[in-house]
Design a protein around this ligand. Sequence first.
Ligand code: ACO
Length: 274
Amino acid sequence: MAEAQARQRGGNTDDGSASAQNGVRYEVDGEIATITLDRPEKRNAQTFATWSELARIGENLPEQVRVVVVKGEGPSFSAGIDLRTFTSEGVPGQGSFSSVAADGDTGFEQRIRQAQAGFLWLRRPEIVSIAAVQGHAIGAGFQLALACDLRIVAEDVSFCMKEPALGLVPDLTGTKPLVELVGLAKAIDICLTARTVHAEEAMRIGLAERVVAGGDLDQAVKDKAAQLLSTNRDAAVATKRLLQGAQARTLEEQSVAEGIEQAARIKALFGRSG
Ligand code: ACO
């Protein structure tokens, strides 16, 4: 009962129906939020509305949430952008690339920034995001998985950065995490050939943290969430902040940053009030 009360379905929206309309299900259960792409009959193809909804969820994420799970309903995590976006008719009510291109450079870049906002918040230090990936993760689907801190995948996973094959670049925040995870050479190989990366390779090159049988994916994600929730919240936030900043800093600068974060932790844990 208490658990049911703690659960907010579609809690980020005014009327609770916008998420569903945009093909996204959203649920908060205590410290865990779960976002489910929910158009399995279209392999969870993503539209501008999907990205607005993701951004809205991020903006309204309840403060208590520490773990965000991103998953896809049905056989595929996501088959990428809705291919109707490439047609002159576009996605009903959302236009097409031709209509967006007609906005001019500034308007188009603004639309891209809006879409990217749906992905960027998944890296906030206050949360750890986990992508639960089964089946196809193509284009925007691959990038959504890359937007998360961790990827737990099913044995049938197939990642494909299809954009260059379609004359596009990956622009939904995926290029940086891909390079950081697998290195520049492998990222060039994966993107410029638009080839498919299967589970064994994903694990070997660092794209996936864990590969499990399809039927075990939900449980594996639950187990990881429980492990993440077992550590001290404030220490976890500070540690993620440190780890995220590590690459851009020298060893000396990173050591200084560690000292500053630790001083704050020790003060919070052992400091005397007054
Ligand atoms: N956009 C819109 N509809 C899609 C998409 C998509 N990206 N992907 C699949 N669908 C639809 C299909 O048209 C089909 O609809 P229908 O039942 O009304 O005919 C339904 O989803 C099921 O698709 P199938 O192809 O029958 O499913 P299958 O499991 O055999 O194949 C696969 C899945 C491999 C993902 C295939 O659908 C596919 O190649 N999709 C296109 C992938 C793509 O090119 N995405 C763009 C990447 S670039 C980017 O994201 C920026």
